[in-house]
Design a protein around this ligand. Structure first.
Ligand SMILES: Nc1nc2c(ncn2[C@@H]2O[C@H](COP(=O)(O)OP(=O)(O)OP(=O)(O)O)[C@@H](O)[C@H]2O)c(=O)[nH]1
Ligand SMILES: [Mg+2]
Length: 220
């Protein structure tokens, strides 16, 4: 007998188990009144830089915190902690994505009632994170100008499973001859109507529009 059907079955069970935990998390987030935003992208697209800026700017007006996933190191948590927001690193070992159970475990001892926004930076990967619900309200997919305009059509699932696209590192756009109409067209091809923001965490260009959008989500 081929092993293929068994592998598929195991994977389905893992996903089903994840959905149960994600549902539990979503209910907990709703009850606590915390708005949860997750970030997915390929490695190095600028998730941590963008999140550090977001945490720093939001801090005076909102109570914010972050979880960050990586296979190894506490580097990103240390960078995010510079914002002075509560931050916890989740190290996944060999796993290329976060699972709802890891988020649930990382939140042990946290009083979610004391938060307005919780951000979750996923492991840098354009494939694995797409199938794992983390109970978030909003999933942001980042695409940096240096990656190539074709990424949305090459990795459609991660764009399909996200709510908003953020084009990052726009300060480098001219140097890499980034083709904005092509990138935007590719995003819209895989996820018609998807809101897209263009910004730079380095120069802060475009951050204001995105932060306004985020604040409007909390009110909604
Ligand atoms: N010029 C420029 N560089 C940026 C910007 N955002 C991030 N970078 C740089 O891009 C590199 C990767 O940024 P990170 O924030 O570590 O990216 P990441 O997506 O968190 O990476 P992983 O967590 O490893 O997946 C770093 O050298 C950043 O300084 C930006 O807006 N402009
Ligand atoms: Mg990072």
């Amino acid at each position: 007998m081929s092993s293929e059907p068994r592998l598929v079955e195991v994977r389905k069970n893992v996903l089903k188990q994840n959905d149960l935990v994600a549902r539990r998390l979503r209910e907990r987030f709703r009850a606590a009144g915390v708005f949860v935003v997750s970030l997915v992208s390929s490695p190095g697209s600028g998730k941590t830089a963008f999140l550090e800026k977001t945490l720093t700017v939001l801090q005076p007006r909102y109570r914010v915190a972050a979880l960050v996933g990586d296979l190894a190191t506490e580097n990103d948590a240390e960078r995010l902690a510079r914002s002075r927001a509560p931050v916890k690193q989740i190290t996944t070992g060999t796993l290329c994505h976060l699972e709802a159970a890891m988020v649930e475990k990382a939140l042990e001892g946290w009083d979610l009632n004391r938060l307005d926004f919780l951000f979750i930076e996923n492991v840098g990967n354009l494939v694995c994170p797409s199938s794992y619900d983390l109970g978030e309200n909003l999933r942001l997919v980042l695409l940096s100008v240096t990656e190539g305009e074709d990424k949305p059509i090459k990795y459609p699932t991660i764009f399909n499973s996200s709510d908003v696209a953020i084009v990052t590192k726009v300060d480098l756009a001219a140097a890499v001859e980034f083709d904005w109409p092509a990138a935007h067209g590719n995003i819209q091809a895989v996820r018609p109507g998807m809101p897209v923001f263009r910004l730079s965490a380095k120069t802060a260009e475009g951050m204001e529009d995105y932060l306004e959008f985020l604040a409007s989500q909390l009110v909604a």
